[in-house]
Design a protein around this ligand. Structure first.
Ligand code: ARG
Length: 261
């Protein structure tokens, strides 16, 4: 009997302490509701827009821009390195609240996320070895083209030679495509001008850049889940504020030298 009573007391104690424990995060999250940490997804292998440092922290132009926006709009952010492939679906699933990843605003992508106002103007650019005879996109017709899967660079290469043409070499990340160019496995890499210029600047004796008249202007947008107008407004207001007070220009200058406009 004594045993039964003491084990009853014990189990009571256990259940009380369990309840307490499970209550704690609840209390925490309701308090945290006002300053909910937003999870930002970014494919942090796209310098100078986003890259991962040795200590796993993430930095770059996109990061500075979004941090400055967050400061204006009172948002709390946590940046999480997220592979490009599958990145867009993370908003719908709720695993990420915001995406910033040098994402070009396209009609296709507008179907799966809502974009902020444009925050950066870009275009494609081709990187080739200095001795290459390539002077325009057309010249890549029978060459091996390295691209990051599912990017606008992939789209342009696919449009030129056909989506299933084996000469389009698709990589999970742009650094892998560039590595292949350095190894001679591909003849060219097509990617965003900021990234190609950054790579070429650091390897100017071996590689040069080529543009093409057909390359259209692209605009980067910050992505939120479709219909999340509240968050989108905060981002757009913050973006307008950092453009108005010179913060944006300061960030731009620190990465790209001159202020564009
Ligand atoms: N701007 C291009 C696109 O939207 C490439 C972006 C790649 N971004 C990255 N972080 N890997 O398709």
């Amino acid at each position: 009997m004594k045993f039964i009573i003491s084990s009853l007391i014990l189990s009571l104690l256990v259940s009380v302490s369990c309840t307490k424990k499970s209550e704690q995060p609840d209390a925490g999250s309701s308090a945290a509701k006002t300053t909910k940490e937003l999870i930002v997804g970014t494919d942090a292998a796209y310098a100078p827009f986003e890259s991962e440092n040795a200590d796993k922290s993430i930095s770059g132009f996109d990061i500075d821009v979004l941090k400055a926006i967050a400061e204006k709009s009172g948002l709390q952010l946590k940046f999480v390195n997220t592979p490009w492939e599958g990145l867009f679906s993370q908003l719908e699933s709720g695993d990420r609240d915001i995406l910033i990843s040098a994402i070009t605003i396209t009609e296709e992508r507008k179907k799966v996320m809502d974009f902020s106002d444009p925050y950066f103007e870009a275009a494609q650019l081709i990187a080739v070895p200095v001795k290459s005879k390539v002077t325009k996109m057309e010249d890549l017709k029978n060459l091996k083209i390295g691209v990051q899967t599912g990017t606008t660079g992939d789209e342009i290469a696919s449009n030129l030679v056909g989506k299933s043409n084996p000469n389009v070499k698709r990589f999970e990340g742009t650094p892998l495509a560039i590595k292949e160019l350095e190894n001679g496995g591909v003849d060219a890499v097509v990617a965003d001008n900021g990234v190609i210029n950054n790579f070429q600047k650091n390897n100017s004796s071996a590689f040069k850049v080529v543009s093409d008249a057909s390359f259209k202007k692209e605009y980067y947008g910050i992505g939120v889940k479709k219909g999340n107008t509240e968050l989108l407004k905060k981002i757009n207001d913050g973006l307008a504020a950092i453009k108005a007070d010179g913060t944006y220009d300061k960030i731009y200058q620190s990465y790209f030298g001159e202020v564009k406009k």
